[in-house]
Design a binder for this molecule. Structure first.
Ligand SMILES: [Zn+2]
Length: 302
């Protein structure tokens, strides 16, 4: 297996300490430690500090601002890292002039944080979003309580335990001979085409989801499906599962509710889209997204 720094959210510098975080006393000691760092989020935007040399670093909240922190893990084996959601109306100037809230997608696109920090932020963002939207027991409706550093919520009334969710998405590059199938949604940047994708449904395999989505969106029959790689995608809780898929038919029937366009692109044209030299200005997603890696696999670059 190889690690590619350019694929956002796939590297994480922390040891999650999953075997320790259910020990409430141990967790309390970590939170009180002088080494503890508390990341802050406003909505889905982490707080960063612009340092004098022009880069960005994650901002560590003062202890007084920490609210219902989730435990992310330990850095270098001993420094505990937590994350808290701050109120939308939080006055950032209270933390200093250089502190900004910048959305995760921008941080990933601009590669201005070390790659291993992006993975930490993805973990934090997904966990915080789950707590913000799952405050009550889904079985009996009573307010639930955070446990295990944020990896569980417990209902004090019916004793049900609830766990953070991850939503798997199949993203597939369909190929047929020297062509691959790319589509675009109306919300994409002008000229950008990408691999097709869709949520995996309950009781469905990754392969079945890939075949179903391609047939629904583009009317193409798919045969063999091979796993390629995966990427956490914290908007809010997806796991993108990248596959290469073999197209068995050629005639495209576009589902206009999903796609604005879908086409078979020859390999040479896809290379130009990757390199930014396409004569019509067509492009593919940037290297921070898994679709880019699938496309590079098709043209033989990975
Ligand atoms: Zn309950």
């Amino acid at each position: 297996m190889f690690l590619d720094d350019s694929l956002a959210f796939t590297l994480n510098s922390l040891d999650r300490m999953a075997q320790r975080r259910s020990d409430a006393e141990w967790l309390a000691r970590q939170a009180a430690s002088a080494e503890a760092r508390h990341l802050g989020f406003i909505g889905e935007r982490p707080l960063v500090v612009l340092n004098p040399l022009g880069g960005l670093a994650l901002y560590s909240l003062p202890q007084s601002s920490v609210r219902e922190p989730v435990f992310l893990g330990c850095e270098d084996g001993e420094k505990p890292i937590f994350a808290s959601q701050l109120p939308e109306e939080q006055d950032l100037s209270a933390f200093g002039e250089a502190v900004k809230a910048i959305d995760l997608r921008s941080l990933a696109m601009q590669s201005i944080l070390p790659p291993a920090m992006l993975g930490v932020l993805a973990q934090a963002r997904t966990l915080l979003h789950w707590h913000a939207t799952h405050r009550f027991c889904s079985r009996c409706g009573v307010a639930s309580e955070m446990r295990d550093g944020g990896y569980r919520r417990h209902c004090p009334a019916c004793h049900a335990d609830h766990f953070p969710r991850t939503d798997p998405v199949s993203i597939m590059l369909v190929t047929r001979g020297d062509h691959c199938l790319l589509g675009r949604q109306a919300r994409f940047a002008p000229g950008m085409y990408s691999a097709l994708a869709g949520f995996i449904e309950p009781g469905e395999t990754i392969e079945e989801a890939a075949r179903r989505e391609v047939f629904e969106e583009a009317g193409i029959k798919v045969g063999r499906v091979d796993y390629h790689s995966s990427q956490p995608w914290p908007f809010p809780a997806n796991l993108m599962i990248g596959v290469m898929a073999e197209g068995l038919s050629e005639e495209i029937t576009i589902d206009r509710t999903e796609l604005e366009d879908a086409r078979w692109f020859p390999r040479a044209e896809v290379k130009a889209m990757l390199e930014g030299t396409h004569p019509a200005g067509l492009t593919v997603p940037a290297p921070f997204a898994i679709a880019n890696r699938l496309v590079r696999r098709f043209v033989g670059e990975t």
